[in-house]
Every structure is written in C-alpha cells, then in structure tokens.
Design a protein around this ligand. Structure first.
Ligand SMILES: [Zn+2]
Length: 497
C-alpha cells in the first residue's frame, strides 16, 4: 500500500443545534481557521473539521416547542452555522452533522466494538441530570439548592436502564498518558485541573438512554439510543473516515488529530472521556487538546435571557469580518477569558487597523507611486533591502506563535513591526530626501515595499481578505513585468466615527 502523507488535522467541537451561532462558537471556529490557513500557507495539507451536534432530548424538545420535527429543526440551525462560517470567511474541509447516515453507522459500530470488548456493559442508574446540559452531575458538583452549575436550573433525579462505559478502567492509563505527554492538555493550569479530577477517581459513565427517542439506536439493543455526548465525540473519527473493520487510507491520512480546540466548559469530555474511548477502540490519541476561555459581552455573561447574544452577522456589520477576526485574537491571549465590547472593537479598528496598518500601507504605496516612477520593485534587492532582510527573521517566531496557539503574541510581533516601519518612515523624512538624495529614497522605498509584502503574508491567517487586497494592490505574483505599477490605493480600513 502506498504511504499516505499525514495531513495536519484541526477540529472544533460540534455545535449543539439548540442554539443559533454566536460569538463564542465563532471564536473556536476562527481559531481553527487561523491555524488551518497558516499551515496551508506553509505548504502543509490540512484537514479542518467542524459541524453540528444534532441529537438529544433537548433538541427534540426545542423542535417540538417550535412545532417542527427534530431533523427539520436541525437542518435549519445547521444551515445557520454554515452561513455564519461563510460570512466569517472560514475555510473548513469538512462540515459533519451527527444525523448523517455514515456517522450514525460508525457510531453504532464503535458502540458494538466496545460492548464486545467489555468496556460497555448493561446496568441501571439513578442520577442527577440536567436536561439543558445533557449531562449528569454528582451532588458535590451542584450549586446550593441542587442547581446545575451551568444553567442554575434544578436537576432531575432520573432512574433508568442504561449501558455504562468503563471509564474507571482508564484512570491509570490516562494519568500515564498525561505524564508522558506534557503538551496533551493546554493551557497548563487547565491540565492541572484535569489531572486532579482523574486522580480523585473516575466513575463509569452512562452512554445510552431509553427515554430519549431522538438519538442513534444501539444496534444490539434498539430500545436504547446512544447518549448524545458519546455520539458527538465520535465525530472526530467518523468524519475522518474511521471504519471498525480496518484502517482506511483516508483515516490514516488524517488521524491522529493535531489539535482539538474546545471551550473550557467541555474540556473534561475531551481530555478524559474522549481519550478513554479512543484507548478502548485501540486508536492513537490526539496530539493536543486546547481549551480556550469565554467571552463576556459588554461586561456581562452572554445569555438568551439577558438578550445580549451577539451573532457573527451582528459582530461584522460595522467593521467587517477581518476586523472581527483580528479583534478576537488581539484583545486577549488565547486560553484566557475576554470581554467583547463595541467600543473596544471600534478603538482597535481605528487605531490599529485604520491608523497603524492602513496608514503605513497607503503612505508607502503613495510614495512609491510618486518616487519610483510608478514601478514597484519586482525582486528584493538584497543590497538595499536591509529592513526586509532583518524582518524576515521574524517569520519563524510568528509561525511558532501561531502553531503554539499564542495568537496574541504573533499579532504583537506583527503590530510591533508595523509601528517600527511607521516610525522608520518618519525618521527618514522622504519629502526632504526626495530633494537631497533621490537614489537613497528609491532604495528605501523599495525596501519598504518588500516589508509590506512580508506584513501582507503575516496577516493572512488572521485577515485573509485584507492580505489579498494588499497583495493585489502590490500586484504580487506578476512575473512577466520587470516592475509592476502600483494600483490606485483606496484605504484598507476607512476610519469609522
Ligand atoms: Zn445544565
């Protein structure tokens, strides 16, 4: 069999179709997109998967409340997510839905395999269940008054026949894996929470329901449906082409995932339950699970009841998709919590995009138009492109920052450079130099054009449209002409009141 080249695989969680897409979903998805675009631009093949999680009691209930069937409802919301990602310029390779027949069959296969190995066994439980989370709690997890810590609603006491997954059997293996792979869970402080949680002892978990009709039937016992989380987690392998019968070339080219990006509230499922499931199936574990923080909106927790849910469409109305993409990764270090406010978005837009980057770009191109006889240099002239030669060394640092998900640091470096270039132009006083030493000015401007081309490449993963416009206006890729004429230069980011 021919060698299959491993693609770089990045995933988002599947978004639950009980909610319309909001800024929190967008954050995870955009982080994956930044990483995927960066890797592709470096010549690595990428498999970027996202999608929607469509089963469960809570979806069926919401659909019924709206007078529609669960699949109809899921179709509508799932399409909403696809539209949102289009608006934000997200370039994924696979959008998986858990109602796809192929996914359903593979989930059934996985379930039967674990049942055959004894990792899934029948039993019954009486438990505390939050219908909104689709999650079970222990008494000690609940808030005072027996409330769900996420929804602050009273949890139900449920008793039911169920199948259990032998999570307790993976305690030691998980701890060994965490110890041997220090980058497996990030950021570090969240990894410590997970290790402590596993050390405190794992209980077997329920993985089927008899009272939830809207789910994937257990093949060998169809009065049960597969617990919605168990079904959704398996998307990472079903979407990558996993087959129970044997490894496919497709699967080998994708798995193991390089990064699972998740919100901090679902880290336990991803860092404890999911790796144990993979171990049970005899599959390699993902290389990294990264939990990012939450966004508050104008200082408040985002919630339907507060009426402050920001949709991706709202967030880009005023400033465009690139400005939002920039803002989310500039405003707070990835992994920390942040606050989304229209005022800080406006400030960053005007000062960092319109002023710093936009002005630099139009200054250099207007000067070049005037003083380079309308021709932009086609190749960097090594002897004079001194700044360019020096800045190019930042490439590796910026790449490392992005690959280690330190997006804010990559942007710090880029904007540090933008500031330095603006100051450099002030210091050279081009208007005076044009009289005293036109040759020196020409060399300086050529150098600056090359620096701008570098910056255009750096901002690409974060602001793909802006990067394309910059490159187009500098006519990158024209190999015919000796030099290329700069286009007429509209502002990259028109100032906003
Ligand atoms: Zn809840």
């Amino acid at each position: 069999m021919p060698e299959t080249k491993k693609k770089f695989c990045v995933t988002t969680p599947l978004y639950y179709v009980n909610y319309r897409p909001h800024i929190g979903h967008a954050y995870t998805t955009l982080a994956a997109d930044v990483l995927a675009r960066h890797m592709r631009a470096r010549g690595t093949e990428v498999f970027f998967q996202t999608g929607t999680d469509e089963h469960g009691a809570s979806v069926a209930r919401t659909a019924a409340e709206r007078g529609s069937g669960p699949k109809e409802w899921a179709d509508e919301i799932s399409a909403d997510f696809e539209r949102a990602w289009k608006l934000l310029n997200v370039n994924y390779d696979r959008f998986i839905r858990t109602t796809e027949p192929e996914h359903e069959r593979r989930v059934q296969d996985a379930f039967e395999r674990m049942r055959a190995s004894g990792d899934i066994y029948p039993g019954s439980y009486s438990d505390l269940y939050c219908a909104s989370c689709e999650n079970f709690y222990e008494k000690k997890d609940l808030l005072q008054g027996g409330l769900c810590p996420v929804h602050k609603k009273i949890v139900e006491e449920v008793s039911e026949d169920t199948y259990f997954f032998r999570l307790s059997g993976y305690e030691k293996k998980l701890l060994d894996h965490y110890a041997a792979n220090p980058g497996f869970i990030e950021p570090k402080h969240r990894a410590a929470e997970i290790v402590n949680f596993v050390r405190s002892g794992l209980r077997d978990i329920s993985v089927s329901r008899t009272k939830v009709a809207w789910g994937i039937p257990v093949r060998s016992d169809p009065k049960h449906t597969v617990y919605v989380w168990f079904d959704a987690l398996l998307n990472y392998i079903t979407g990558a082409g996993w087959e129970a019968g044997g490894e496919t070339a497709e699967f080998r080219s994708v798995w193991p995932a390089d990064v699972h990006l998740v919100g901090k509230e679902i880290l336990r499922f991803h860092a404890v339950t999911w790796p144990a499931m993979l171990m049970s199936l005899g599959l390699p574990l993902p290389r990294k699970i990264y939990a990012h923080g939450w966004w508050t909106i104008e200082g408040d927790k985002m919630s339907k009841s507060r009426g402050n849910v920001v949709s991706p469409a709202d967030a880009i109305k005023e400033y465009g998709a690139d400005a939002l993409r920039y803002f989310l990764f500039r405003e707070v270090p990835f992994g920390h919590d942040g606050n989304f406010s229209t005022e800080s978005l406006r400030k960053r837009y005007n000062s960092e995009l319109a002023n710093d980057l936009g002005n630099l770009f139009s200054r250099v191109l207007n000067l070049a138009k005037k003083h380079l006889g309308n021709k932009l240099p086609h190749k960097p002239e090594e002897a004079s492109a001194l700044t360019f030669a020096r800045l190019r060394a930042l490439d590796a640092d910026i790449a490392a920052d992005i690959e280690e998900l330190r997006f804010d640091r990559a942007l710090d470096r880029i904007w540090g450079t933008v500031g330095e270039l603006n100051r450099g132009i002030d210091a050279r006083k081009p208007w005076a130099l044009s009289k005293s030493d036109p040759a020196a000015l020409a060399a300086f401007l050529k150098d600056m054009v090359w620096c701008l081309r570098l910056v255009a490449g750096w901002v690409y993963p974060f602001m793909p449209d802006t990067s394309a416009r910059m490159q187009m206006l500098m006519s990158i890729g024209d190999t015919e002409a000796e030099g290329v004429e700069p286009q007429k230069i509209p502002p990259l980011f028109p100032r906003k009141p």
